[in-house]
Design a protein around this ligand. Structure first.
Ligand SMILES: [Zn+2]
Length: 460
């Protein structure tokens, strides 16, 4: 079996791996490159394979850096099946539509805007080719046997084990793809599952060199920040990722509000995408395949965890604008999570200069994002062409990351028994990759490598 690292190697984003065996080809993920412009230019390069040779596509989870080029595949003529879990399919549809909107809005007003990477019809077409697959049920695709495991990262996320080999070889060669691994224990999704024995494994390394603060602390910190901001008469602005972070925040706010641990203030979810994603989560809240027992128990007991006093979902632009006229204290959760776009920018224009207000980051901020600049202590930032002073209090809650930190990644790697022949460290910035490779080699005695983008490896 031959493995090619087409994306996700030497970078966090663009997850895309090609497996070839007996003349058959499958892809694991087909994500978009995100971050700085050099990286994003890679999205418009021709796909590094002939789409007509691809027999099937398997998706780990719905984040755009894992699915963003799926409609492009279809646009280029791919007519084969695409597989994922059921929640991933639902989430992917909304996220791809959102990606299309972002692509077309970016160049709004330009005389000769670049064409979007794909059209809505390509998304619809991809959806018509998209099948759902359950965890733990092995399926055969040509010479490949594929099994999905719960990655515990976001609703429906998966790690994938692919098995293929010469008929004479008992069981063939097994390779495990971590996908993105979760930050356990998370409030909604189930815990990350460890993989069975594999010959080779690919592990993500977004937080390969870092340690998250303990979960209990994050909730206490959230409560304290809300109380302090309310006492100061300010606005708490939380740029949040539409999927998982927003729903986790709602889960915890629901508990804080219902146990009267925070003062009663208006809470706005000001993101059409987050609102759609919350509906997808609602659809699966009773499903034991995807949601942990504690949350299902709450739902069973009649607690509508995405519906509590003070909570308001603002769908339309008019509703969003009305938030301005609501006097503080108030809480606004708005996308996008890295402040790269979305309604949060309008709120940042308004509240970053206000010393009574707080901006709270709850997820990964890439190197070049506005969120990163603010966290790094910028005294002023540029938002939609305006220079804005940063006088608001700036806080971060690292524990809300959907990604495993180094200790959790090491646990996942250590659970691979017997040790795989090689561990490929992928999906991380170079420093994080190196940190994780070092730890895996030193503490677990595993042969770990950082593959180069485009590198091909014969798995034997
Ligand atoms: Zn992810």
């Amino acid at each position: 079996m031959r493995l090619t690292f087409l994306g996700g190697a030497e970078s966090v984003t663009g997850s895309n791996y090609l497996l070839e065996h007996e003349g058959k080809h499958i892809l694991i993920d087909c994500g978009m490159f995100q971050g700085d412009e050099t990286l994003e230019k890679k999205n418009v390069e021709p796909l590094p394979f002939d789409v007509h040779t691809i027999d099937a596509v398997f998706i780990t989870h719905a984040h755009i850096d894992h699915i963003g080029r799926v409609p492009l595949l279809v646009k280029e003529g791919y007519s084969g099946p695409i597989y994922s879990t059921a929640p991933t399919k639902d989430e992917a549809y909304e996220l791809l539509l959102d990606a299309y909107t972002l692509m077309t809005h970016k160049y709004k007003g330009d005389i000769d805007p670049p064409k979007p990477l794909f059209e809505i019809s390509d998304i619809d077409e991809a959806m018509s080719q998209w099948h759902t697959i359950e965890y733990h049920k092995t399926m055969q695709s040509g010479p490949f046997k594929i099994t999905y495991y719960d990655a515990g990262h976001i609703l429906g996320s998966a790690s994938i084990v692919v098995e293929a080999g010469l008929p004479a070889q008992a069981g063939g060669i097994k390779v495990g793809f971590s996908g993105d691994l979760g930050n356990v224990p998370a409030p909604l999704v189930k815990d990350t599952e460890y993989l069975p024995a594999v010959d080779y494994a690919l592990v993500e390394s977004t937080y390969g060199g870092r340690i998250h603060p303990p979960m209990g602390e994050r909730k206490e910190k959230l409560r304290a920040i809300i109380q302090e901001t309310v006492a100061a008469g300010g606005t708490l602005l939380i740029p949040a990722f539409a999927m998982e972070r927003t729903q986790e925040l709602l889960y915890e706010l629901n508990e804080l509000v219902e146990h009267k641990r925070i003062p009663e203030v208006p809470i706005f979810i000001d993101s059409p995408l987050a609102i759609k994603m919350t509906s997808v989560y609602k659809k699966y809240l009773n499903n034991p395949s995807f949601v942990d027992s504690e949350t299902r128990g709450l739902v069973k007991s009649g607690d509508e965890i995405f519906n509590f006093k003070g909570l308001d979902f603002t769908v339309t632009t008019e509703e969003s604008k009305k938030i301005n006229s609501v006097l503080p204290p108030k809480i606004i959760i708005a996308g996008s999570g890295m402040s790269n776009g979305g309604r949060v920018l309008h709120h940042e224009l308004r509240y970053l200069p206000d010393p009574q207000s707080t901006i709270l980051f709850v997820g990964y901020q890439s190197d070049h994002s506005l969120g990163r600049q603010i966290i790094n202590g910028a005294h002023e930032v540029t938002i939609m062409g305006d220079t804005v002073p940063v006088r608001a209090r700036v806080e971060t809650l690292g524990g809300y990351s959907a990604h495993a930190d180094q200790p959790l990644l090491m646990k996942w790697i250590g659970a691979l028994q017997p040790k795989p022949k090689t561990l490929f460290v992928v999906q991380g910035d170079v420093e994080e990759q190196k940190a994780l490779r070092g730890a895996a080699e030193k503490e677990l005695g595993i042969h770990a490598v950082i593959p180069k983008a485009g590198e091909e490896i014969e798995l034997v």
